[in-house]
Design a protein around this ligand. Structure first.
Ligand code: GLV
Length: 326
């Protein structure tokens, strides 16, 4: 049976490595962390297929270094780390892992909402800092979530799953999307379509679930933050570039909004200086899909995409069908 040369650039569950090894020779040993970009460039020239993660920059330079490359199987639903037009022009298939991480990312969004509203992280630090004789009675007064207004920006799979959970919190749900969703979905989610400005003005929690694109860059900047209520919170578990972090920092410092919870950053993995010093900000390191169960499913899906493409088949989750010449 024919064997191919593959590169896995990041730590994936063993099951996915075994699946790939059954049909491919790995051009570099499996890693726990992500390969630094220089190492990726040092290995990729040997590979016909690569399994990548969202922090790998797969640009023209990588593709030009890899003349045999036929597929980039991203271990993520987003693929903004890959220059897709450049891949298509070279006949390189790009694949992602949609669907399997929807609920997990919606769960994390809710963890962020609850943590920032109820000051969970600050409280945790307080308890750890030192043993005290007593706790102030009125410490860490937070904000109710139950019964408030949730504003969802981007009503795709993840936004919809966030809305489903909000029903249990008795929330009024408003949403803004490029395109209004089907009336049946609006009914199921009990979500009302409003324009972007209304959402910003009325929501107590604004949660972002849009993909990365030129249209969504700095969707939230100073003008938008100034429309939000001083008692409201901003949650971002989508992509960092959607929020102008410098504007967010000013809004938080000036009290224009009450707090923010972020899983993604404009210059990932770097944080805008000053943001980490604010107590009313909850920060997590891009862990939206990071549960054992979900990462296993994503890795197997990415491996399946990789192998299908190497076999000359159309991979199940192909992002650039124009590149498929099967
Ligand atoms: C994570 O951010 C993903 O796109 O899967």
């Amino acid at each position: 049976m024919q064997r191919w040369k593959a590169l896995v650039t990041c730590g994936v569950p063993v099951s996915a490595i075994e699946m790939i090894r059954a049909r491919c020779d790995l051009v570099a040993d499996p890693v726990e962390e992500c390969l630094p970009h220089e190492s990726l460039l040092g290995h990729v020239w040997k590979a016909e297929g690569i399994l990548t993660c969202h922090s790998d920059r797969i640009d023209r330079q990588v593709m030009d270094t890899a003349p045999r490359l036929r597929v980039v199987a991203n271990y993520a639903v987003g693929y903004d780390n890959i220059d897709v037009p450049a891949a298509t022009a070279r006949g390189i298939l790009v694949c992602n892992t949609p669907g399997v991480l929807t609920e997990t990312t919606a769960d994390l969004t809710w963890a962020l909402i609850m943590a920032v509203a109820r000051r969970v992280v600050e409280s945790d630090r307080f308890i750890r800092e030192k043993d005290r004789d007593k706790w102030p009675f009125n410490c860490f007064l937070g904000t109710d979530v139950y019964g408030k207004t949730l504003g969802i920006v981007g009503m795709g799979r993840i936004g919809s799953s966030v809305a489903r959970r909000a029903q249990g919190f008795g929330m009024r749900i408003i949403y803004y999307n490029r395109k209004r969703v089907e009336p049946s979905l609006e009914r199921e989610l009990k979500a009302a379509y409003v324009n972007f400005e209304t959402l910003l003005r009325e929501a107590d929690f604004v949660t972002l679930h849009v993909p990365s694109s030129p249209d969504t860059r700095h969707l939230i900047g100073s003008p938008q933050l100034s429309m939000m209520k001083p008692t409201s919170f901003l949650i971002n578990a989508s992509r960092g570039m959607v929020v102008d972090e410098a504007a967010l920092l000013s809004a938080l410092r000036d009290g224009a909004i009450a707090g923010a919870a972020l899983d993604v950053y404009e210059n990932e993995p770097h944080l805008t200086p000053g943001l980490g010093e604010l107590p009313n900000v909850v920060l997590t390191p891009h862990i939206g899909s990071a549960t054992r169960e979900t990462r296993e499913k994503m890795a197997l899906m990415a491996a399946e995409n990789l192998l299908a493409a190497l076999e000359g088949k159309r991979p199940p989750n192909l992002v650039n069908p124009d590149a498929f010449r099967g």
